[in-house]
Design a binder for this molecule. Structure first.
Ligand code: ZN
Ligand code: MN
Length: 134
């Protein structure tokens, strides 16, 4: 929570509830999912509040916007470099916190200084494999 303090927006109770929901969340929720979860506590909260809070958090580098799921943007409060394992059926996204030693050949890299990488692993999650997709 402390790391989210400087979000460049007034910290209303609604916004604090959004931050609280995101803090330590490893489900990679979409804006709609965040809205649904926080609406339980704040039924009058608008979707715009969720949207502009996420936008501000992203701008400040507190969350990462994932474009893994073509259907909807997903958000990740874990900003440490990590990779993702994605279920191609239910689009569940699981963190992969294993460092991979990757480099690019000089002729590809050119004048670029590499600062990171992001690997997407694809598969079928246990729930989908057993036919119990929620
Ligand atoms: Zn699945
Ligand atoms: Mn992640």
């Amino acid at each position: 929570m402390q790391k989210f303090k400087d979000i460049g927006l007034k910290l209303t109770p609604q916004r604090l509830a959004i931050l609280d929901f995101l803090d330590g969340n490893t489900d990679h929720p979409s804006a709609e999912e965040i809205y649904r979860a926080v609406s339980v506590q704040f039924p009058t909260m608008s979707f715009a509040t969720v949207y502009n809070t996420l936008d501000s958090l992203r701008e400040k580098g507190h969350i990462i916007e994932l474009t893994i799921d073509p259907a909807k943007k997903r958000f990740d409060p874990c900003t440490d470099m990590h990779h993702h394992l994605i279920c191609t059926l239910c689009k569940r996204i699981q963190d992969v916190h294993i460092p991979f030693s990757l480099d690019l050949p000089e002729q590809v890299k050119g004048d670029f200084t590499l600062t990171g990488n992001h690997i997407e692993f694809y598969g079928i999650c246990p729930a989908c494999r057993s036919g119990h997709q929620s």
